[in-house]
Design a protein around this ligand. Structure first.
Ligand SMILES: [Zn+2]
Length: 274
C-alpha cells in the first residue's frame, strides 16, 4: 500500500503492465493518444481513430467498481509465498463485501489458470498420483468423501534442479483400482509435456511407493497443507484453480521471478511467456 499509495499510481502500474512499450490502440495499433480524465479511470483516446480505451478494458478488471489499489493489494496477498488468501480474509483486509472479495479472487485465479494450463513441462519430467482430501471433516463426511486423485509432476534440469511444477486433477475415467491408466498418462504427456523434454517417468499409483518420484512429495505436502489451512477444505469445484494458484507461486519462485509483478502483468492480459 505504501508503494502504490494513490489510485493514480495504481493506474500507472496497470498501464505499464499492459503497454510496457507505450500505448498501442487496440483498434488500429496507433501509438499516440490523449488522456481523457473526466471519469474515475482515465481513458486513452487514439489520435488516429478516436477510439477510447480504458486501462482495464479486456482485462480481468474490466468494468470493476472496486478501486485498482484494492485489486493490487489482493494480487499482492495472492502472490505471497506459501500464503495466498481466502475471501473472508481478503474482504476484511481491503474492506469490501465477501461477495466482492470472492469474485475478485475468482477472476485472479482465472487469469492464473489460463496461464498455468498453457504452460508445458520440459527437461526431465516425473509425474505421479497424489490423493487430495479435506482435512476438517465430520465422521459422516469422511465416510462419504473419496480422496480426489491429483497428478503431481515436476521437471528438473540437467543438474537435477527443480524447474517447474504442475498439478492436475485426474479425470475419473483415467483411474482404475487406484491406478493411473496408461491412456491417462499418454493424455497427460500429450497435453502438458513439451515434445522436446529429455525424459518422462510415471508412477502408476500413489507415488509414495516410487523411489524415482520422491522429489514430488514435498510439493504435494505443501499444496495439501496450504489448501487445508487457507480454505479449511477443498471443494472439488474449485480444486483445480487452487492447485493452479499454488503451482503458480512455486514456479515463480523456481524461476526467480516476482510473483506479484507477474500477476499484475497476467491480470493486465499480457502473456508472460512473451
Ligand atoms: Zn486507433
Amino acid at each position: 500500500m505504501d508503494r502504490y499509495g494513490s489510485e493514480a499510481d495504481c493506474v500507472k502500474l496497470l498501464f505499464q503492465a499492459r503497454w510496457p512499450n507505450g500505448f498501442s490502440c487496440p483498434c488500429c495499433g496507433h501509438t499516440q493518444a490523449c488522456t481523457v480524465t473526466t471519469r474515475r479511470l482515465p481513458l486513452y483516446e487514439c489520435r488516429r481513430c478516436a477510439r477510447q480505451t480504458s486501462p482495464t478494458a479486456g482485462t480481468i478488471l474490466e468494468k470493476t467498481r472496486t478501486p485498482i489499489a484494492k485489486w493490487l493489494y489482493a494480487m499482492y496477498l495472492v502472490s505471497l509465498p506459501e500464503h495466498g488468501v481466502n475471501a473472508v480474509e481478503l474482504a476484511a483486509r481491503i474492506s469490501v463485501a465477501y461477495k466482492t472479495a470472492f469474485a475478485m479472487l475468482r477472476k485472479i485465479r482465472l487469469a492464473i489458470s489460463a496461464f498455468t494450463d498453457a504452460e508445458r513441462l520440459s527437461g526431465r519430467v516425473q509425474a505421479g498420483l497424489t490423493p487430495f482430501q479435506r482435512l476438517y471433516l465430520t465422521a459422516r463426511e469422511l465416510s462419504e468423501e473419496h480422496p480426489r486423485p491429483v497428478v503431481t509432476s515436476l521437471s528438473v534440469d540437467e543438474r537435477g534442479q527443480p524447474r517447474q511444477v504442475k498439478m492436475v486433477l485426474l479425470p475419473p475415467n483415467h483411474l482404475e483400482h487406484r491406478c493411473w491408466l496408461p491412456i491417462g498418462q499418454r493424455e497427460f504427456q500429450d497435453r502438458f509435456v513439451s515434445s522436446d523434454s529429455a525424459s518422462v517417468s510415471f508412477a502408476f499409483s500413489s507415488l509414495l511407493a516410487y523411489r524415482h518420484c520422491q522429489a514430488l512429495i514435498p510439493y504435494h505436502k505443501a499444496a495439501y497443507r496450504w489448501m487445508n489451512d487457507t480454505f479449511r477444505g477443498l471443494g472439488t469445484r474449485y480444486l483445480q484453480s487452487y492447485l493452479d494458484e499454488f503451482v503458480y507461486r512455486v514456479n515463480c519462485g523456481l524461476r526467480g521471478q516476482s510473483a506479484f509483478d507477474s500477476l499484475v502483468r497476467l491480470s493486465a492480459g499480457v502473456s508472460l511467456s512473451a
